[in-house]
Write a protein that binds this ligand. Structure first.
Ligand SMILES: NC(=O)c1ccc[n+]([C@@H]2O[C@H](COP(=O)([O-])OP(=O)(O)OC[C@H]3O[C@@H](n4cnc5c(N)ncnc54)[C@H](O)[C@@H]3O)[C@@H](O)[C@H]2O)c1
Ligand SMILES: CC(C)[C@@H](O)CC[C@@H](C)[C@H]1CC[C@H]2[C@@H]3[C@H](O)C=C4C[C@@H](O)CC[C@]4(C)[C@H]3CC[C@]12C
Length: 369
């Protein structure tokens, strides 16, 4: 067994390391990666919590930067053994323009790839998304699908389009020669809907329920199942892939892996109630309270209001035509590819994931009961 100095030799870079998923990846690396000598955290917005990480044995380097700026990315990548690229604009609510989403998610990813090639970094793990596959514009269900399930992955919305393009760039870059002449090894992970400590949308639903007197009103049939995955298990899969990519380059290079765990398949709203119920909220209705045509009308009205109000303020409600279509289309995965290729098993059980998420909602929202 190598002594500690030899063991701690690797430099990792996490882009988007201050985001919902990124923070969990950062903390998981510090807990689970013994070979880490330096951990670089690259983000447009650095969190104050980073300071507490600088007291440990691993050198933690916070880098405030923009993935759309190639020179900033190259400077952060230079000398890294592994890049975990999670930075992105996760916007399905119309908060940013399609151009900006493309600039960050596609050009930003292109900049990360080129930085690896130019500086000699050989291992790149990309955080893709289930949405690269679907739901598609036809609203076709994807039921317990895997990485090889035939499905017409056709999108119009800028976010899934950007994720699909970025994933394609990453996979096509596998095998490119980097500085020094060795091949780049890339891999893309496709999490389903991530939940857990720090999930802003869960927080939004909780606040919406508080405003409505402790109630949320069912809008989607309980039969429409959505795959969800605990953020700690997504972080764990990233750590595992980053560790195994070098030793299993021939098998894993250029591959995609769905990222999910033992979280139950439920409708998006029923699943959220696993956490919001213990925090005092109630989901009203055993079936949707409004007819679908009325939900469509309200969603379209939200788009019109967003456009009219844009000169004055950002109006970005949860309900819009895209989110309604997503929520109303079954999308669940079932695959053992990650286990077969690099031994992935969820680190957190469903019970642990649920308990941790409930505690977070209770603690953050002061709703402990
Ligand atoms: N949240 C989910 O359910 C989910 C599911 C599947 C995949 N993903 C993917 O996981 C990744 C992280 O998502 P998240 O939910 O943690 O989002 P998030 O918004 O919480 O985190 C994204 C991070 O990227 C940073 N960032 C944004 N633009 C940047 C730029 N130009 N330069 C540098 N940093 C920038 C943000 O500051 C933020 O810290 C994204 O690529 C997303 O597509 C998310
Ligand atoms: C207002 C109701 C109709 C309510 O039920 C809408 C829920 C809606 C906000 C969410 C339903 C499905 C979610 C998406 C899904 O979990 C997967 C995603 C992929 C990931 O890469 C980013 C987040 C998201 C797009 C996620 C966003 C919220 C939903 C659309």
């Amino acid at each position: 067994m190598a002594d500690s100095a030899q063991a701690q030799k690797l430099v990792y870079l996490v882009t988007g390391g201050c985001g919902f998923l990124g923070e969990h990846v950062v903390r998981m690396l510090l807990q689970q990666e013994p070979q880490l000598r330096e951990l670089r955290i690259f983000d447009l917005h650095l969190g104050p919590w980073l300071e507490e990480l600088k007291t440990g044995p691993v050198q933690v380097t916070a880098i405030q930067g923009d993935v759309t700026q190639a020179h900033e990315v190259a400077a952060a990548v230079a000398g890294a053994h592994v890049v975990i690229h999670t930075a992105g604009l996760v916007d399905v609510f119309g908060k940013t323009s399609p151009e900006t989403i493309h600039e960050v998610n596609v050009q930003g990813t292109r900049n990360v790839i080129e930085a690896c090639v130019q500086t000699g970094t050989r291992f790149l793990v990309y955080t893709s998304s289930m949405e690269v596959v679907g739901p598609n514009i036809k609203g076709q269900p994807f039921y317990r699908g895997n990485e090889n399930t035939p499905y017409e992955a056709v999108h119009r919305h800028p976010y899934p389009c950007s994720k699909a393009l970025a994933e394609q760039l990453v996979l096509e870059a596998n095998g490119r020669k980097v500085l020094g002449g060795l091949p780049l090894v890339t891999c893309a992970l496709r999490p389903t809907g991530i939940y857990g400590e720090g999930h802003q949308i869960m927080r939004d639903f909780y606040h919406q329920g508080l405003r409505l007197g402790g109630r949320l009103f069912r809008a989607i049939p309980a039969s429409v199942e959505h795959g969800r995955v605990y953020v700690g298990n997504v972080a764990w899969m990233h750590v595992l892939v980053a560790r195994e990519l070098e030793h299993r380059a021939a098998l894993m290079g250029g591959q995609v892996y769905f990222c999910y765990d033992n979280s139950p398949y439920k409708s998006y709203e029923d699943f959220n109630m696993e956490f919001l119920g213990p925090c005092g909220l109630r989901l009203v209705g055993t079936r949707p309270l409004l007819p679908y045509w009325l939900l469509l009308f309200l969603a379209a009205l939200n788009v019109l209001l967003q456009w009219l109000l844009r000169p004055l303020l950002l109006y970005a409600p949860l309900l819009n035509p895209y989110t309604l279509a997503m929520a109303n289309t079954t999308f669940t995965v079932s695959t053992d590819k990650a286990r077969r290729h690099f031994g992935y098993e969820p680190l957190f059980s469903w019970e642990e994931s649920r308990t941790r998420t409930i505690r977070w909602v209770q603690a953050v929202e002061g709703s402990a009961r």
